[in-house]
Ligand binder design. Structure first.
Ligand code: SAM
Length: 227
C-alpha cells in the first residue's frame, strides 16, 4: 500500500514503461507498479548499502526478482543502455540533489523519454534543469500528507526546449493554472511566513538586511500575482 505521495508518483508512470527508480529505498514504487500489472520491468537503484538490502529483501519477499533488478550505484550509474529504460523516477530528495543526479548521469538518459520527479524542496531547480535539457513538463500534481506539501512533476523529452518564465519555474507551469486548494494553501502559508520574517527584519535596526528583505518582498509580490 503506497502513501498518497508515492501513489501520485506511480500514477504518472506510463503503462508498460521500463522504469528505473533511483534512490528507491524499500523499492515501494517498483513493487507496487509490477504488482498492479502496470509495468513488468524495473530497476531499483540505491547508493547506500542499508536501503539497497532493504530493497533486495522486499523484492525477494514479493517474489518479483525476475521483474525488478536491484543495483547498488550512484544515481543514474544504476542503468545501462541495454536496460532500455524509458522512464526514470527520482522521489523524496531535494531539488538540488535530483538536478545533480540528472546532470552527472546525463549519458544514461539517452533512451529515457519520461522523467517523474518529486523534490521535497527547491522544486524550481528541477524545473530549470528540465527546461535546460529539453524536457517539457506534461503533468504536475500537488498534495498534502503528514504535514508536508509535495509536488510531483512529469516531463517528456522534446526536440524544441520549452521556455518557462521565472514565475512558471517557481510555481509550476501547470500547478499555477490548476490553482488547487493545496497549491493556494502552500503559497499563502509561504507569504505569511515571509511577512513574519520581513516584520522581524524591519524591527531589527542593527544590521543591514536589505537584500534579504527585498527578496522576501519580491517573493510575496510574485505570490500575490499568481494566486
Ligand atoms: N524514493 C523513495 C521515496 O520517495 O520514498 C525513498 C526516498 S529516501 C528519502 C532517499 C533515498 O535516496 C535514500 O534511500 C538514499 O540512500 C537514496 N539516494 C540518495 N542519493 C542517491 C544517489 N546519488 N544515488 C542513488 N540513491 C541515492
Amino acid at each position: 500500500h503506497l502513501s498518497k505521495r508515492l501513489t501520485a508518483v506511480a500514477d504518472f508512470v506510463p503503462e508498460n514503461g521500463r522504469v528505473a527508480d533511483i534512490g528507491s529505498d524499500h523499492a515501494l514504487v517498483p513493487l507496487s507498479l509490477v504488482a498492479s500489472g502496470k509495468i513488468t520491468f524495473a530497476i531499483a537503484g540505491e547508493v547506500i548499502a542499508g536501503p539497497f538490502h532493504r530493497a533486495q529483501n522486499a523484492i525477494a519477499a514479493a517474489g518479483l526478482t525476475l521483474n525488478i533488478q536491484t543495483r547498488l550505484a550512484d544515481g543514474l550509474a544504476a542503468i545501462q543502455t541495454t536496460d532500455q529504460i524509458d522512464t526514470v523516477v527520482i522521489a523524496g530528495m531535494g531539488g538540488q540533489l535530483i538536478s545533480d543526479i540528472l546532470t552527472r548521469g546525463e549519458k544514461a538518459l539517452k533512451t529515457v523519454k519520461t522523467l517523474i520527479l518529486e523534490a521535497n524542496i527547491q522544486e524550481a531547480l528541477v524545473r530549470e534543469w528540465l527546461m535546460q535539457h529539453n524536457y517539457q513538463i506534461v503533468a504536475e500534481t500537488i498534495l498534502a500528507e503528514d504535514n508536508h506539501i509535495y509536488e510531483v512533476i512529469k516531463a517528456t523529452k522534446v526536440t524544441v526546449a520549452p521556455n518557462y518564465t521565472q514565475q512558471q519555474l517557481i510555481f509550476g507551469p501547470l500547478l499555477m493554472q490548476q490553482q488547487a486548494a493545496v497549491f493556494k494553501q502552500k503559497w499563502q502559508h509561504r507569504a505569511l511566513t515571509n511577512q513574519r520574517i520581513i516584520a522581524n527584519l524591519k524591527a531589527n535596526a542593527h544590521s543591514d538586511k536589505s537584500a534579504k528583505l527585498r527578496s522576501l518582498e519580491l517573493e510575496n509580490q510574485q505570490i500575490k500575482e499568481v494566486l
